[in-house]
Design a protein around this ligand. Structure first.
Ligand code: ADP
Ligand code: MG
Length: 485
């Protein structure tokens, strides 16, 4: 066991998918696709004399997240000015929340590798506005795009309860799934719509309290976050073990070279000079309103998992895999709605479809855009469950469905793949195999039990794998028994 325990807290910034910005009617556009500075208005540009108005839907989305994260919703929240000077922030301050956030004291339950559940505390979630985007073009010049300035942003801060990069990954995936289930954020980290920052320190086994933390920014994927956290834990341990100290710093992750870059040391705490935003009212959260929003929440991953286990009889593991991504959970439900058996459908998705996706490099989130529709997968499941084709043929049909987009029924008919269960037909083939392999039969009868499998294989081979394996086994057994007597 190492003498050091990692201590990790995550800060997550999630844009809320509203049509207009946090404090004005300016439209929100795709930050990657839209031409720079095409979705701006006097407010996004921080023009003097402009006045903000709170986006009610953004507040409701934030409230939904707070409730989904099991937070308390204080009776009121308040916006505050967070002052700092940087070209991505034209007003010279960001409207955020400070003393009175929208949501506090929540948690997310994550499942550890050994199957145990661990609760990670959520300190707070508060609403704010996003900043513009800077692109550094060299020669001391930077370009600024204010399309993103003023987009509603929810900051979700965890307690320092996370103890490994694997736990951080589980937390990040769960939080991302919850946001997707709620429909408030589509979880695209590459576009910066969802951003993770990891605060990392390490604790020696003799320590009584936490040590200095560093903060890693620029994490463009969950995979990068995991790599960066592991790198940073190792860096800090090495510093301490060589008698050095860790200095508070903001770090960046260089994905290409797989290493941490020190962006700036923090000699003292940032001075943001927070004060209540004088241009906005305090926001009261009436209990009836909060309850009405709670009632409208969709079924979230934990509840869906419990239902899949209790009502459909799935194992904990299968249920967890199916709910982990909203797109897969919905696809599975569509397959069931098309009449497939719950356990068979779970098996086909988690084993066969996922291995096909892995082989083809398909992102599970795009399950609805592949050639295999939920209706067709349901039909395949039914063809196998009813014995029209056997499992092995089903796998072949699945890959043909992938290539052609055709329905399994059409493929089975076209390729003549229907399973042969006719006892007379199978019996005739068994007779031929027994006659042609008299030596094997004698050795089997003399006690070499495992040769039975070889004989089954020869019969299946004669049918190109399409015979009903149960019928083949039974007839073969019967006919060999006849020879014994
Ligand atoms: P700041 O504004 O300085 O970023 P926040 O309160 O927004 O502060 O976030 C602090 C984050 O750092 C939280 O996620 C918290 O859990 C985490 N944290 C606090 N202390 C430590 C520590 N010693 N090691 C690792 N993470 C920590
Ligand atoms: Mg921070």
């Amino acid at each position: 066991m190492s003498e050091w325990t990692p201590i990790i807290g995550l800060e997550v910034h999630a844009e809320m998918l509203t049509r207009s910005k946090m404090f004005s009617a300016c439209p929100v556009v795709d930050s990657v696709e839209a031409a720079p500075n095409t979705a701006v208005d006097p407010l996004s540009l921080g023009m003097p004399g402009t006045l903000p108005v709170i986006n009610q839907l953004a507040m409701e989305y934030g409230l939904m997240v707070g409730l989904a994260l099991n937070c308390e919703i204080p009776p009121f929240n308040q916006f505050a000015r967070k002052s700092y000077f940087y070209p991505d922030l034209p007003k010279g301050y960001q409207i955020s929340q400070y003393q009175y956030p929208l949501a506090v004291n929540g948690y997310i339950d994550i499942t550890l590798e050994n199957g145990d559940i661990k609760r990670i505390g959520i300190t707070r979630a508060h609403m704010e506005e996003d900043t513009g985007k800077l692109t550094h073009v060299g020669h001391g010049a930077s370009l600024v795009d204010y399309n993103r300035a003023g987009v509603p942003l929810l900051e979700i801060v965890s307690e320092p309860d996370i103890r490994s990069s694997a736990e951080a990954e589980a937390y990040a995936r769960k939080l991302r799934a919850i946001l997707q289930y709620l429909g408030v954020n589509h979880g695209d980290m590459s576009k910066g719509i969802l951003r993770f920052e990891a605060n990392v320190s390490v604790m020696h086994k003799d320590d009584k309290g936490f040590r200095t933390r560093t903060e890693i920014k620029n994490l463009n994927s969950i995979r990068s976050m995991v790599r960066a956290i592991d790198y940073e834990i190792a860096r800090q341990i090495k510093l301490y073990e060589s008698g050095d100290t860790v200095k508070p710093a903001t770090l960046g992750w260089d994905e290409q070279n797989g290493k941490i870059l020190i962006q700036r040391y923090k000699e003292r705490a940032d001075e943001y000079r927070y004060f209540p935003e004088p241009d906005l009212p305090i926001v009261e959260m009436q209990p009836e309103y909060v309850e009405s929003v709670r009632q409208k929440l969709p079924e979230l991953p934990d509840a869906k998992k419990a239902r899949f286990m209790d009502v459909l009889g799935l194992s904990e593991y299968d249920a967890r895999q199916l709910v982990a991504e909203q797109a897969i959970a919905h696809f599975y439900e569509d397959v069931l709605a098309a009449g497939a058996d719950a356990k068979s459908a779970a098996n086909w998705i988690l084993v066969s479809l996922f291995s096909l996706f892995n082989k083809e490099g398909v992102d599970r989130e795009t399950v609805n855009d592949t050639p295999i529709s939920a209706a067709n997968l349901a039909e395949l499941v039914k063809l196998v469950d009813s014995g029209t084709i056997n499992k092995g043929t089903g796998e072949k049909v699945l890959s043909m469905m992938w290539q052609t987009g055709d329905s399994p029924q059409a493929i089975v008919e076209r390729e003549g793949l229907a399973q042969v269960s006719d006892e007379a037909v199978i019996g005739a083939e068994v007779d031929k195999v027994l006659a042609a392999n008299a030596g094997l039969v004698d050795r089997f009868l003399a006690g070499e039990q495992k040769l039975f499998g070889a004989l089954v294989g020869k019969v299946m081979g004669a049918f190109k794998g399409r015979a009903n394996a149960q019928v083949v086994n039974k007839i073969l057994q019967d006919k060999i028994n006849e020879r014994k007597s």
